[in-house]
Design a protein around this ligand. Sequence first.
Ligand SMILES: *[C@@H]1O[C@H](CO)[C@@H](O)[C@H](O)[C@H]1NC(C)=O
Ligand SMILES: [Mg+2]
Length: 253
Amino acid sequence: MALHLLLPLSLSLICATSSQSIVQVTTSVDHKIRIDDNLYCDSWRFSVETNDAGLWQKIPSRCQMFVQDYMEGARYRSDLESVASFSLAFAKTIKIGPDGKDAWIFDIDETLLSNLPYYQLHGFGSETFDEASFNQWVDLAVAPALPASLNLYNQLKLLGFKVVLLTGRSEAQRNVTGKNLLYAGYRDWERLFLRGLSDKGKPATVYKSEKRQELVNKGYRIHGSSGDQWSDLMGFAIAERSFKLPNPMYYIA
Ligand SMILES: *[C@@H]1O[C@H](CO)[C@@H](O)[C@H](O)[C@H]1NC(C)=O
Ligand SMILES: [Mg+2]
């Protein structure tokens, strides 16, 4: 009996000592990642925020709780504050001209306004996006401000920037969007761009680049741009500095 128990143990010892130590290390890290959802999901979040993951459709099911904890916890707010403070530090280096053409662009959803109350009821992005139910939420016009963004918005205005809002929301949602922005505390934006009929079906990067080009053609200097999606920031007529806000819930190409 004792021999039976000892035999497999001594065999595994022989295997372990005969394999390369580097292989042993790799195997143990891989194993740790496979069993530790928190570590796996933190790395997943890094890859989606840096756009290393590129287009992704849904949160990995093992990361649903991780995303919920992130979105509802202190880390999301802390990340937003960090981005906002770097944005403001850059803004303060800009010399504002007398012509009123120094612009800063903001996206709206998950940048100025938080749709977290909606996503709390819809799996934090783990469910397939349902446009009809999301639009019903938009029509309520009660999305709260992201506090760090509201503060940045107000500071930029005090510095003399013209704030331009550029959203993938449709022109049909102009009134409720303005109403929601006012409800959340935003005031006195220079322009509000929404998707018109001619923008339908355009990739977000193309639509947003075209609107920025429009501003540049009107003589605006786009110093900064803030958005939770890479498609808010990439393309052409890009800002001097782009600021990516966190969003591990969904990706818009
Ligand atoms: C929305 O429409 C109503 C009715 O036309 C108007 O009174 C209100 O000022 C509009 N709100 C915004 C924010 O544009
Ligand atoms: Mg957004």
